[in-house]
Every structure is written in C-alpha cells, then in structure tokens.
Design a protein around this ligand. Structure first.
Ligand SMILES: Cc1cc2nc3c(=O)[nH]c(=O)nc-3n(C[C@H](O)[C@H](O)[C@H](O)COP(=O)(O)O)c2cc1C
Length: 366
C-alpha cells in the first residue's frame, strides 16, 4: 500500500516528530521498535547559502527498521534546495519535508522555518521548486503562523494548491516558541479546510487523549515530540489502545529502571562527547513526570556525568516520589474525556489572533 493510501485507513498514522539534537538515528531506531510509529522524522537539515555537498544528509539517510523515513530540510535558497532535494532521489527516503516551524531567532533572521509563513510568495517559490525537484512524497511541517495566525487556513490551502501531499501542523505561532498550549482548534480547522491529509502535533501528552483528538478533529495522523521524552511508555500505551488490548501503566520497577536503560541505549551508539548532553535532554523531560514537591527534577541536571545523574536519580526515586508519576494514558487538565473539542481547549487569552481568524472563518468557537 502506498503511503498516501495508508492515510485513508481509520487508524491515524503515527509520527515521531523532527527534533534537533534528539531525532538522530539512535532515537529513530528506538521509537521504531514499538511497532506503532509509521513515520520517523529526522531533525532539520539546513540548506544554506553554501553549495550542498554529498555529506549533507549523512545521518538523515539512516532508515530505521519498522518505520518510513521522512527527511526534513530547512532553507530558502532555491537552487540549493533543488540540488539538495535531488540528492535524496536515489536514496531510500520516503518523504521530503519542508520546515516551516523553526522559531529560533537565527531561523527568523534568514527567513526560514516559521518565518517562511510571513510571505506567501516566498513560501510558494520554495514549495514549487521542491515539488518540481522531487518525485517523493512532499510534506510541510508548519506552525500556525510567524507572529500571528490569522492566515493559517489561507497558507494551508495554498500549500495544498502547490502540490504538497500532506501537512503537519503545530498550532502555536513561531513567536510563541513553546509558551501557552497548542490550540487544537487550529488543527481541527486546518483539517476541515483541506482535502490532503493533515497531521496534528503539539502537546499530545497522553496517548488516549491524542487518539480522541484524532477522532474529534478529523486529522489523519498524530505527531509526537517532547511527549516521547517525557513518557517513555507513551508508544506502548498507544499501541495497546490502537489494538484494543489492555491499557499499560508502567510499574515502579519499570520506572526505576528507565534511566539505566537509557544509559545503555546511548552508550552503545552516541559518541562520548555528545552523550551527556543527549542524556540530560531526555532525563530533563522524564523528570517532569513527577510531582515537584517530592521529586527535585532540577537536581538531576546538576551532575556533569551520566553516572552522577544516575546516583541522584536513585537517591531521589523513593516509593513516595514514584507514586506521583504521570505516565498514564489519559488525564491531565486537558483531557478530552467526555468533552467536545472546543470545551477542553485553551482559555480565551491563549491565542487571540487565532481565535479571531477562526471566528471570521466561522469554524471556531469564539
Ligand atoms: C528539542 C527540540 C527540537 C526540535 N527540532 C525541530 C526540527 O528540527 N524541526 C521541526 O520541524 N520541529 C522541531 N521541533 C518541534 C517539534 O517537532 C514539535 O513540533 C514541537 O515540539 C511540538 O510538539 P510536541 O508537543 O509533541 O513536542 C523541535 C522541538 C524540540 C523540543
């Protein structure tokens, strides 16, 4: 079955998100082992003013067993984007994805990432060039806008006209970075406005809630980034829920053992210099799953070695601390249980411009 055919199934396609410094081959192999991730995305590959060289995609070309490979590019230089895209033609890459989400000041300065959403002409030129240069599935991962989200539906429709095969949307604006919460109404509005598949992304912290969002919003896929780091059992839970088998909650032993397991995963394949940074990034998110009054997640970040972090972890993970864990399939303040989409979404002040735009288009609850 072709990839686009697979979007027609009732089961949403599951993506692991592109994450710079995280979604390398080791991470993509790890997520792909859970038998539920359909598409593993690479972090962005920057296409700059320098002529692309054959080594550009090195790590991005690694395809994990069990998942399709989406390689993300970020850039604006048409000739180089074309050349880089053509380099991917002869490789076992399933999807070429364009980054229209990166919110960093550096990306904004160069007019790439979320900044591409500011100017429809620029956006259109890049996408047309990419469309002409690749026979592969072409997707765009976008934010709701750069500094306002009034044009989100217009931009999404334009991307469809330009021949993009599907869109993943993280419904914060670039200027929000990660503040506030992802306004899932925007995901719903984009999914209803387009005929191509739309993938929902952003704050899908719980497997059960994510699946309910898929049902309620009509998206064809769900993309998980930080939630995979915070809850290493999320994919197990997703798998169980999709198969209709018994829900999974990790035992205290599972939880206690995870930081050791993580060390083994990283020791085997991440070069020594990079290891501590990778370990800390992951453990920082994992530590957020415990109540702050009994578990000092910040103390985990102090040691400068993996062994040091493990020592702090073992000292801190008392039975009392473990009981506060939040590795459940459902729940949280944004649980969808029993609520229509509009009722569980952010409070009125989160994204005023998005609310306004949705109200104008008549597709949101103002
Ligand atoms: C550390 C980190 C690196 C990221 N790098 C990328 C990237 O290279 N390309 C991209 O499109 N998005 C990137 N993102 C954004 C994520 O793909 C995702 O859209 C965002 O985290 C919201 O989804 P989540 O709530 O599931 O994490 C990154 C996010 C994080 C936390």
């Amino acid at each position: 079955m072709s990839i686009l055919e697979r979007f027609k199934s009732d089961r949403p396609m599951i993506f692991s998100a592109p994450m710079e410094g995280v979604s390398d081959p080791v991470f993509r192999d790890w997520v792909s082992r859970f038998d539920v991730v359909d598409i593993a995305c690479t972090e962005f590959v920057r296409i700059s003013k320098a002529k692309p060289n054959p080594k550009l995609f090195r790590e991005a070309l690694h395809k994990s067993k069990g998942s399709l490979l989406s390689v993300q590019v970020m850039g604006i230089h048409l000739e180089h984007m074309q050349e880089a895209t053509r380099m991917l033609e002869d490789h076992d890459v399933d999807i070429v994805d364009i980054n229209m989400g990166c919110p960093t000041p550096r990306a904004a300065r160069h007019g790439v990432g979320a900044a591409m959403l500011k100017d429809v002409e620029v956006m259109s030129r890049v996408v047309s060039t990419m469309r002409e240069s690749t026979s592969k599935i072409l997707s765009v991962k976008m934010r709701a806008g750069f500094d306002e989200s009034d044009w989100v539906l217009e931009r999404a429709r334009r991307l469809e006209e330009l021949g993009v095969d599907f869109i993943a949307i993280h419904p914060r604006r670039g200027c929000d970075h990660y503040r506030g919460v992802a306004d899932w109404r925007i995901i719903e509005a984009v999914a209803s406005a387009l005929t191509i598949p739309v993938i929902g992304n952003g704050d899908l912290w719980y497997a059960g809630d994510a699946l309910k969002l898929a049902q309620a919003s009509g998206v064809k896929g769900l993309m998980f980034g930080r939630p995979l780091l915070r809850n290493p059992w999320l994919l197990t839970q997703l798998h169980a829920l999709l198969l209709g088998s018994e829900d999974f909650t990790p035992t205290h032993d599972n939880i206690r053992g995870f930081p050791e397991q993580l060390r083994t995963i990283l020791l085997a394949r991440v070069r020594e210099k990079a290891r501590i940074g990778r370990y800390k990034e992951w453990i920082r998110w994992f530590g957020k799953a415990f109540a702050t009054d009994v578990f000092d997640a910040r103390a985990l970040m102090r040691p400068g070695t993996v062994d040091g972090i493990l020592e702090v972890w073992h000292a801190q993970c008392t039975k009392q601390a473990l009981e506060t864990h939040d590795f459940l399939s459902n729940s949280g303040p944004r649980s969808l249980a029993g609520s229509p989409l509009s009722e569980m979404l952010p409070s009125a002040d989160v994204m005023p411009s998005a609310k306004q735009s949705l109200a104008i288009k008549g597709s949101g609850s103002a």
